[in-house]
Design a protein around this ligand. Structure first.
Ligand SMILES: [Zn+2]
Length: 247
């Protein structure tokens, strides 16, 4: 279920893989998106299993409708759960200790962030477009507005620079704004390294980066299968949050 699952200073960072869920082929077992035609019931069941692993109700996994933009949804202390309609955004931040923030990615880069001391967490979905428009810097800014100061970011699996082939002019356009993203595939054609670009954006903002990246084919794609979606979640685990009892 989790290809990465670490508790760092009371904040749990996890990236799901494609195994251990209810979806049938050609979707990854743990598919978390219904947009590509998977059975909605299976996706609901998959979220239920993940929520259970995190010790929250399924409604406690807060999601956004992702559009490759730079809007950040701020979940406020009094907001009702579930958050409906799902906000249109590519990132979430909150100071609430009782929720799991979730972004979904196929080959885009998921980024999970936290300032554990200040109790501020965030999650962002950044592919090529997100890199270009700066969704991760926008997330850091939103976290700082909530009081975050020392932020750590964990970068998850994505289509790496060795694999993410793009037209030459696209590489040039993105590299003009984020030079660190300039890359070449393992077969010598133009590519974009989204994580290298995001790492540079975070470095400029003084955010510590933990690199948990790997290339997505090993995580979410099987031979002959269609891409399934991975769902990284960041949460203050109920068991570790001060003043809260376990559900
Ligand atoms: Zn790769």
């Amino acid at each position: 279920m989790f290809g990465y699952d670490e508790v760092l200073q009371d904040v749990r960072f996890a990236f799901t893989d494609r195994f251990g869920g209810a979806s049938k082929a050609p979707y990854g077992e743990l598919n978390l998106g219904s947009a590509l035609g998977d059975d909605g019931e299976a996706v609901v069941e998959n979220f239920r299993m993940i929520a259970s692993e995190f010790g929250v109700q399924p409604d406690g996994i807060v999601r956004v409708s992702q559009v490759h933009g730079r809007d950040v949804h701020v979940l406020k202390p009094g907001d009702q759960l579930p958050v409906r309609p799902m906000p249109t955004a590519d990132a979430l931040v909150t100071t609430r200790p009782d929720v799991v923030l979730c972004v979904r990615a196929a080959d885009c880069l998921p980024v999970l962030l936290a300032d554990p001391a200040q109790g501020v967490i965030g999650a962002a979905h950044s592919g090529r477009k997100g890199l270009y428009v700066g969704v991760v810097p926008a997330t850091v800014e939103a976290m700082r507005e909530l009081g975050a100061s020392r932020i750590t970011a964990v970068l998850g699996p994505y289509a790496c620079g060795n694999c993410y082939e793009v037209p030459e002019d696209m590489r040039a356009e993105v590299a003009e704004r984020v030079p660190a993203s300039y890359a070449e595939t393992s077969w010598g054609t133009p590519s974009i390294d989204v994580a290298a670009g995001v790492r540079a954006q975070l470095g400029e903002l003084g955010v510590e980066v933990i690199d948990a990246t790997s290339c997505t084919p090993a995580w979410s794609w099987g031979p002959g299968s269609r891409p399934s979606l991975v769902a990284p979640v960041a949460s203050l685990p109920p068991l570790l949050s001060p003043g809260r009892e376990a559900p």
